[in-house]
Design a binder for this molecule. Structure first.
Ligand code: ADP
Ligand code: MG
Length: 349
């Protein structure tokens, strides 16, 4: 209160994570079956001798997707994938999804069928059942909300909070590609808006465009872990960028970490494009979001189990909390690792 008037705080002063923390700090569970509520990639519920995991995500037109360059079929596919990725991040197997959409009248039946073609394809490929949802109108644009449900044996559940000093830090694939794909699409959009006659130049960028428009979730990694009888000590999926997401693991686990810049996996096409955009390829790998790779830590004794695992890269190590989160640069320097991350709040206009 100021001069008897209520004061209002701009949500941007807290950012996305700060706001979630403020709104949920006093939320407690009253059911014994709620094993883990807010604070991980998915909530974990007691379900017989298994755990049930539940995760939900919201995609908003103009914030998370732009239909100028995102085909509706790809968008439907991606909406499912980003949710399944959170289920895999718990070392669980997704089984069902619900899909809710709010649409304005600019969308035709045919457009919605395109969206659903992508949704159905993802459900078919990832073997999940679409079991319900909700459909409503929106004053503007489209919003898609997906909830994914999965199961995992109790002794295999993997939280963000289990990393221990000395654990090895791994990532399941190359990073930065999806961000560079977005840069290309944004550049072509601007060119198109200034001259609609111009043909988009999307040659030799197939890999990064696919990373952005039609990502996959790492179903195969969960199968490898199972086959190798390996349970990571901590895991999350990289949706906001390695630096930001590693901070979540470190905060939840009460540890520090270092990342070796020279070990960051970067696809060759992404590397070339980063340089073309005058960006440091390592920065795009550290801070580019939406790669949906798994960031995980393993006990040193399990090193042999991942050595021959396809597309697994060792990028650093877990240290004590007092050591903070550091980047060991290729030039031999050590810097605190800063997360640029993403905030989705629009300016107040
Ligand atoms: P992710 O990026 O893995 O989807 P988020 O950063 O969106 O995770 O969310 C972090 C945690 O906060 C999750 O446990 C999520 O369920 C919870 N959460 C996010 N938004 C809300 C909200 N509005 N109310 C309650 N819990 C929320
Ligand atoms: Mg996640």
């Amino acid at each position: 209160m100021e001069n008897g008037k209520p004061t209002f705080t701009d949500v941007n002063t807290l950012g996305e994570f700060g706001l979630i923390e403020k709104l949920t700090a006093d939320i407690t569970s009253s059911h014994k079956s709620t094993i883990k509520g807010i604070g991980d990639d998915a909530a974990v519920l007691q379900y017989g001798d298994q755990h049930l995991v539940v995760s939900t995500d919201l995609l908003v037109e103009g914030i998370h997707f732009d239909l100028i360059y995102s085909p509706l079929k790809h968008l439907g596919y991606k909406a499912i994938i980003v949710n399944l990725s959170d289920i895999y991040a718990m070392n669980a197997v997704p089984t069902q999804v619900t899909v809710s959409v709010a649409i304005s009248n600019k969308y035709s039946v045919e457009a919605m069928e395109e969206l659903y073609a992508g949704i159905k394809e993802a459900c078919r490929i990832y073997k999940v059942d679409l079991i319900g949802g909700d459909t409503t109108s929106s004053p503007k644009g489209m919003t898609i909300s997906v909830t994914a449900i999965g199961t995992v044996a109790k002794d295999k559940i993997t939280y963000r909070s289990g990393a221990k000093k000395g654990d090895i830090l791994c990532v399941s694939g190359d990073l930065g590609g999806a961000y560079l794909g977005l840069q290309i699409l944004e550049r072509e959009k601007q060119l198109y808006l200034s001259n609609p006659g111009i043909k988009p130049d999307l040659e030799n960028q197939k890999y990064v465009l696919e990373r952005q428009l039609k990502p996959e979730a790492r179903k195969d990694m969960i199968a490898y872990f199972d086959k190798e009888k390996l349970v990571p000590t901590a895991m999350m999926d990289i949706s906001d960028g390695l630096a930001s997401d590693l901070m979540h693991i470190c905060k939840a686990s009460g540890v520090g970490a270092y990342v070796e810049e020279a070990k960051l996996p970067i696809n060759q096409e992404a590397q070339m494009l980063a340089l073309k955009f005058k960006l440091d390829p390592a920065t795009t790998a550290l801070n580019g979001g939406e790669d949906y790779e798994l960031l995980f830590t393993i006990n040193e004794k399990d090193l042999e189990k991942i050595r021959y695992m396809p597309s697994t890269y060792i990028i650093g190590e877990i240290t004590g909390a007092e050591d903070g989160i550091k980047l060991h640069t290729s030039g031999g320097n050590i810097h605190p690792l800063k997360a640029q991350g993403w905030t989705h709040f629009e300016s107040n206009q």
